[in-house]
Design a protein around this ligand. Structure first.
Ligand code: SF4
Ligand code: SF4
Length: 185
């Protein structure tokens, strides 16, 4: 649930069972860069260790990840470790079950601000999630997004989040730059 991004986010947990701020099983939350951590620490006064966790991956997994997700190219430059938002009691530490994300929109990690849009290895943009076309099925499979389920086109999805393709792509360019900086140390 991430108001005010989309009014649909407030209905997501009820209709789909979980929001994208509540990881399932062994899932990890959004990856963060040092720039993300800096913005969050400046706003909350919390040290990054209070809201992040680290996951070691193999060199091969890191290389595959960067090849698949261009916004993260260079992220693993200092080693095969990824830093993600910390989950507590089944949800992001910044998630409030009644009010959604407690961080202001411009303090949230760029990955959260870009979701559910995603840039692919060939540079094209589309969605990070599939569309089931049936809420029962989406709920049973998990990992769906209510905005995507309720929209008929990419333009409708941008509009539902109150954003535009240009804004999302600009956030992507910022994330790509901050991933490179993250990896440079
Ligand atoms: S999955 Fe989609 S609709 Fe649900 S909270 Fe996340 S962005 Fe909003
Ligand atoms: S920072 Fe906010 S939008 Fe991102 S996962 Fe946490 S609660 Fe959700």
């Amino acid at each position: 649930m991430r108001p005010p991004q989309s009014p649909a986010c407030a209905r997501c947990a009820k209709l789909l069972g979980k929001t994208c701020c509540e990881p399932r099983g062994t899932e990890h939350l959004a990856m963060v860069t040092r720039a993300d951590m800096g913005r969050i620490s400046a706003h909350t006064g919390l040290a990054p260790r209070r809201f992040t966790e680290e996951e070691g991956v193999t060199e091969r997994e890191a290389a595959d990840f960067e090849a698949r997700w261009p916004l993260y190219r260079g992220y693993f430059g200092r080693g095969p470790v990824r830093t993600t938002l910390q989950a507590r009691l089944g949800a992001c530490v910044f998630f409030d079950r009644r009010h959604g994300c407690t961080l202001p929109a411009d303090v949230r990690p760029l990955a959260c601000r870009i979701y559910p849009f995603e840039q692919w290895g060939d540079g094209s943009w589309s969605l990070a999630v599939g569309r089931y076309g049936n809420l029962e099925e989406a709920r049973a499979e998990g990992g769906a997004c209510l905005v995507v389920e309720e929209s008929e086109s990419m333009e409708e999805i941008f509009a539902a989040f109150g954003t535009t393709r240009e804004v999302v792509e600009a956030l992507g360019a910022q994330l790509a730059e901050e991933s490179r900086s993250h990896g440079r140390g």
